[in-house]
Design a protein around this ligand. Structure first.
Ligand code: IPD
Ligand code: CA
Ligand code: CA
Length: 254
């Protein structure tokens, strides 16, 4: 089976599991004061890991809730079985499954599935990013004051010096009121789709951003670190924009 079709089926299958448990989410463990693992997380992850092992036993897997044995594989799947855990726990209908495939050091394809809206975002390096059949294109907003941007706050906000509050305040005063949606993967999809003009966050994990970051570049946008230097999903800092707003956002994050 082709990897892209496989990834789309995988995300839809995991999304169906999340939909089934939605509204009755049970916390199974806690990773920090506001960082939880739910039963749905684990069920969705189990489904994805088992399905990948069956179809591509030689591929590696990096996933949020289970430490897989370290294997050196040419292809590695990077998975978040539930992105938007806090929303999910509260019955707030904004969350997704995200799947990316890495070949060597490069993310070559991604899929993000929102099971509430039944929206399937997908993309392949060099071939574009899509929502269903529709090709994604970033917005054309030029001025920060007209921009709708979004971010997320770290789970260790109470103890880290990098709270993101200064950046948030600045953009509240200089943009159209920043959002905080609770799902980094959907934030990136929305930038790619032109629903948002920009997204920034520090402390994110590769499974949060690998697929969505690819979509933004494939949709004509820019992804970098806060200084505007090349983005790497394993480095934890991401600034994604429609391209035109990139210099203004780099300035805002200084
Ligand atoms: C979180 C969400 C959130 C972002 C956090 C992520 P999780 O992922 O993407 O929007 O602000 O940095 O950890 O815990 O819901 O999978
Ligand atoms: Ca996540
Ligand atoms: Ca997660």
């Amino acid at each position: 089976m082709e990897t892209l079709d496989f990834a789309r089926d995988l995300a839809r299958g995991a999304g169906a599991i999340l939909r089934q448990h939605f509204g009755q989410a049970q916390v199974t463990s806690q990773k920090g004061p506001i960082d939880f693992v739910t039963e749905a997380d684990l069920a969705s992850e189990r489904f994805m890991v088992e399905t990948i092992h069956r179809q591509f036993p030689e591929h590696g897997i990096i996933t949020e809730e289970t430490k897989e044995k370290k294997t050196v594989a040419e292809y590695t799947w990077v998975l978040d079985p539930l992105d938007g855990t806090i929303n999910y726990l509260h019955g707030y209908p904004h969350f997704c499954v995200t799947v990316a495939l890495r070949k060597g050091e490069e993310i070559i394809l991604g899929v993000v599935y929102d099971p509430v809206r039944d929206e399937l975002f997908w993309g392949e390096r060099g071939k574009g990013a899509f929502l269903g059949e529709k090709r994604l294109q970033v917005s054309s907003t030029k001025d920060l004051i007209r921009a709708l941007v979004t971010t997320g706050f770290p789970y260790d906000i109470a103890t880290t010096p990098r709270t993101n509050l200064r950046e948030f305040s600045y953009l509240a005063l200089h943009g159209q009121g920043p959002r905080c949606s609770g799902s980094a993967a959907l934030d990136l999809c929305y930038v790619a789709a032109g629903r948002l003009d920009g997204y920034w966050e520090a402390g994110v994990k590769p499974w949060d951003t690998a697929a969505g970051g690819l979509f933004v570049t494939e949709a004509g946008g820019m992804v970098s670190d806060y200084q505007g230097k090349p983005w790497h999903p394993f480095r934890g800092e991401v600034l994604a924009t429609n391209g035109q707003l990139h210099p203004a956002l780099v300035d805002a994050l200084k």
